[in-house]
Write a protein that binds this ligand. Structure first.
Ligand SMILES: CC(C)(COP(=O)(O)OP(=O)(O)OC[C@H]1O[C@@H](n2cnc3c(N)ncnc32)[C@H](O)[C@@H]1OP(=O)(O)O)[C@@H](O)C(=O)NCCC(=O)NCCS
Length: 312
């Protein structure tokens, strides 16, 4: 079964044509699933993978995935590989099955660069990039590599579009928004929460561009958070970023929610300490325990010239 939506010679993709109506989508998907399960639809239909392999469209290979962590009742219908039922191979949208790559494509030339997630179609792209591409297809499953839960329904996020495809995203927690997890605590500063760039698009400056966009969005705030834990690759990005933009050194903090001063660790100082440790072969963290370090970093004013001198 192939996507039917065509517009002249230009193929259109789900993000360009999906109505902004999650409820209608869900009803249609459930109807299709029921038909297939009850044998109303022939199970001789197959979906062809880019590898040439064919997956039979039958209810045992279909699965409803929760799109949001805070409203699990909103689901999208996916097709999994029968040999590896954790691997999603296609998504059911607009009464057709679409491969992962097609779900991420757009034929709209104005979708280029960083764009806010607003429509239902863009929420699906965010979900697929986060949960399916990063969470499964492009994560190193052998390592204890980090992954992100599905975002909440109204999470503020931007997708990075490049040459007709979604290649990355970042999400933020606004100052004053609820921390979640059943508490009534609210974030005390804007926080750069999740970020991902597809493997084939890495080391081309996209991670840096998203960080720059975040800092520019909150120009008025004197402190900005990056959610803890920060991956080693993201530390590399931050190190390079703070070398390039010294004015941001006093503003960027690794934070635990809600981001009170005792839950912040200045990132530039952490980079400095890590490099000092590497150069001296001295374990600086052993000389000050973890509860002392955040207090050392509670500097609200002044310059951060010591790390700069060290790293020059
Ligand atoms: C972290 C991540 C978003 C970086 O995206 P990116 O687009 O590759 O980052 P950039 O191209 O802007 O990199 C900026 C700098 O960091 C360096 N860098 C980035 N990743 C690196 C890595 N894995 N190893 C060494 N250096 C790295 C780049 O070389 C670049 O420096 P340069 O200007 O000297 O080339 C991406 O690796 C990713 O999605 N990782 C998986 C998810 C993740 O870890 N998210 C962060 C959670 S805290």
């Amino acid at each position: 079964m192939k996507p039917k939506a065509m517009c002249g010679a230009t193929e259109v993709y789900p993000v360009d044509i999906l109505e902004d109506d999650p409820q209608a989508y869900q009803t249609a998907a459930e109807g299709y699933y029921d038909l297939l399960r009850d044998g109303g639809q022939t199970s001789t239909e197959v979906f062809s993978l880019p590898t040439g392999e064919q997956v039979r469209l039958e209810s045992s290979s279909l699965c409803f995935c929760s799109m949001y962590c805070d409203e699990p009742q909103h689901k999208i219908l996916v097709l999994v590989n029968p040999q590896d039922t954790k691997t999603v191979v296609a998504v059911y949208l607009k009464e057709s099955w679409w491969s992962m790559e097609d779900v991420l494509r757009t034929s709209d030339p104005t979708r280029e660069g960083l764009m806010k997630v607003q429509s239902f179609g863009e929420r699906i792209v965010l979900f697929v990039l986060n949960t399916i591409v990063f969470g499964r297809l492009e994560r190193n499953l052998d390592d204890d590599d980090m992954f992100f839960l599905p975002h909440p329904t109204k999470e503020q996020a931007k997708i990075m579009w490049r040459d007709g495809a979604a290649v990355g995203f970042y999400s933020i927690k606004r100052k004053g928004s609820l921390c979640g997890g059943g508490t009534s605590a609210c974030y005390l500063l804007p926080v750069f929460d999740t970020v991902f760039v597809r493997r084939k698009n890495r080391c081309q400056g996209l991670g840096t561009a998203m960080l720059r966009d975040f800092c520019d969005t909150f120009q008025e705030d004197e402190a900005l958070g990056i959610s803890c834990p920060i991956s080693p690759a993201m530390y590399k990005v931050l190190r390079q970023f703070l070398l390039t933009y010294p004015g941001e050194r006093g503003r960027l903090w690794e934070v635990e929610p809600p981001g009170a001063w005792g839950q912040r660790f200045n990132i530039w100082l952490k980079v400095y300490l890590q490099e000092a440790k590497l150069q001296d072969g001295v374990d600086h963290q052993r000389t000050r325990n973890d509860t002392e370090l955040p207090r050392i970093c509670q500097k609200r004013e002044g310059s951060w010239d010591a790390p700069e001198t060290f790293l020059a």
